[in-house]
Design a protein around this ligand. Structure first.
Ligand code: KDO
Length: 329
């Protein structure tokens, strides 16, 4: 722009025609996540960067920040809303702090499997719920990725069959009310600990266990400091690749399409790899000396569903939404 100011109007038109509009000024996109490098939702970010560069060469400058080093876990939405961060992968738990309707997606045993999750978010339910996030938070959800199905991972040896067996078990959960609610619904004593501190907390015995999808238990090496995995399948979890509304608004239509398509490619990479790995990991953990088994999943499902439906959280859920979600096949 400054160059143009020095040149006459005729020359300006020539320059404007020959230089691509965005060449001088790439849009910076810093992505912050607590994910560790070996996990699929971290590995999908270079895919996002590459796809975006292919579709819009030189127009974006994507910076990937892992391990919660740029922003602490759970603080990303506020950072995006204040204009301090362009992109993050946020959870339904993060969103429900500001949009209580969203606590429906924090409820255990609602979404049935990854396929159901993709169909729900691809349906009018997803569109309506995404719009709430845009309207109330000023955050644009680009796409949803499958984070995996959460399982219990304990350093204790006692077998867990039902929620009653978790009485007194110090179960680490991420630090927010809706996460702690899930831990309690499972029958445990939930304790808030940031993701990056789980390994040490398990090692020192500050906590008895944690819950995460199996690919994350592998990627963050929690199997090194735990003795068993209880396959409760209690939450089909999601991660929402999102952009600050202030950044989104600055993009032209072509750039918006390039960003959404790159997000889709990244999420596809994550989902394919994660789903495949999830089916293979029980054997890996057994080979590492852990016990891996199914508890009485029906007992967990019954208690958890009842706890959510009778809670104050469910009062904020849009009317008829549970039935609409259940009806999606
Ligand atoms: C976790 O802290 O247990 C969690 O799985 C919660 C997710 O919402 C997400 O923040 C995830 O950690 C991180 O991306 C690390 O994998």
């Amino acid at each position: 722009l400054s160059r143009r100011l020095f040149i006459g109007t005729v020359a300006t038109a020539a320059i404007a025609a020959s230089v691509p509009a965005h060449a001088a000024d790439p849009v910076k996109l810093r992505i912050s996540t607590p994910a560790v490098e070996a996990d699929w939702h971290a590995k999908m970010l270079p895919v996002f960067k590459q796809e975006l560069e292919k579709a819009a060469p030189g127009q974006f400058d994507v910076e990937i920040h892992l391990n919660g080093t740029l922003f602490k876990q759970g603080t990303e939405p506020a950072a995006m809303q204040r204009g301090n961060l362009e992109m993050a992968m946020i959870s339904a738990f993060d969103i429900s702090k500001q949009v209580p309707e969203w606590s429906i997606f924090t409820a255990g045993y609602l979404l049935r499997n990854p396929d159901h999750q993709m169909k729900v978010f691809g349906s009018d339910v997803g569109q309506e719920m995404y719009r709430l996030v845009e309207d109330k938070m000023g955050i644009k959800i680009l796409d949803v990725g499958y984070l995996g199905t959460r399982q219990l991972n304990l350093r204790t040896e006692k077998e867990v069959k039902t929620p009653a067996d978790l009485a007194g078990v110090k179960l680490r959960m991420p630090g927010s009310d809706t996460w702690l609610f899930l831990g309690k619904a499972l029958g445990a004593n939930p304790l808030p600990v940031a993701f990056g501190e789980i390994y040490t907390a398990l090692q020192t015995g500050a906590i008895d266990g944690q819950d995460n999808p199996l690919p994350t238990v592998r990627a963050a090496k929690f199997y090194e400091v735990t003795k068993q995995i209880v396959l409760t399948d209690h939450l089909v979890d999601a991660i929402f690749l999102s952009m600050a509304g202030s950044t989104w608004k600055k993009l032209d239509d072509k750039q918006k399409a390039a960003v959404v398509n790159a997000a889709k490619a990244a999420v596809r990479f994550n989902n394919e790899n994660r789903i495949k790995e999830e089916t293979e990991l029980a054997d890996f953990f057994k080979a590492q000396g852990l016990k891996v088994y199914k508890p009485d999943v029906e007992a967990f499902r019954t208690q958890v569903q009842k706890t959510y439906l009778e809670s104050d959280l469910s009062k904020a859920w849009p009317k008829g939404m549970v039935d609409r979600i259940n009806a999606i096949k």
